[in-house]
Design a protein around this ligand. Sequence first.
Ligand code: GAR
Length: 207
Amino acid sequence: MRKIKVGILVSGRGSNMEAIIENSKKGNIDAEVAIVLSDNPDAPALEKAKKSGVEAMYIYPGEKKTYMTPDREEEYVRVLKEKGVELVCLAGFMRVLKKTFIQAFYGKIMNIHPSLLPSFPGLNAQKQAWDYGVKVSGCTVHFVDEGVDTGPIILQRCVPVLEDDTPETLAHRILKEEHKIYSEAIQLFAEGRLKVEGRRVRILPGK
Ligand code: GAR
């Protein structure tokens, strides 16, 4: 099967990015990581990507802390389009995307979030869940719209909260599941099996 070209946006550690790169290299997914972009020049993810032979660069995101102005979004879009990117994966990218970016890749942007959305959107989702005292949390891959963690849900995986968990141990167990479901969602997209109907993402049967 043809491999789709994926662009990954990162701000920090990049473990989800690494899992996607590894799965693409092993041929576990019909995807090739064409470019990694970061809004943080010191993101460890940039070095990790380069070490595995994937082009990676920092692009100045502008002065705003939580989002980018249209001109900055245009620059990200320009580079992604130049690389022929067909699917954008946010992997720990800590900025909200606005209209310019979303319209350029409408229906072709995914995000991973470390909770069972719509519970605990935003920052420190694992700690939010632990503080609240839920017995089950997990992770979500969803399409990105202009809200914060609000787009149609593609896949979710449950992770139990154990008696002796701390926010850190819970986050660690959730992360292991994140690494699996992100690649699963990318593969479903590559196979053309995701159909968005309003809030619902239908997963079409495989061939
Ligand atoms: C992951 O847990 C991801 O779900 C989370 O940031 C972490 C990035 O780790 N994303 C969000 O909270 C987005 N709202 P990584 O850089 O090792 O992939």
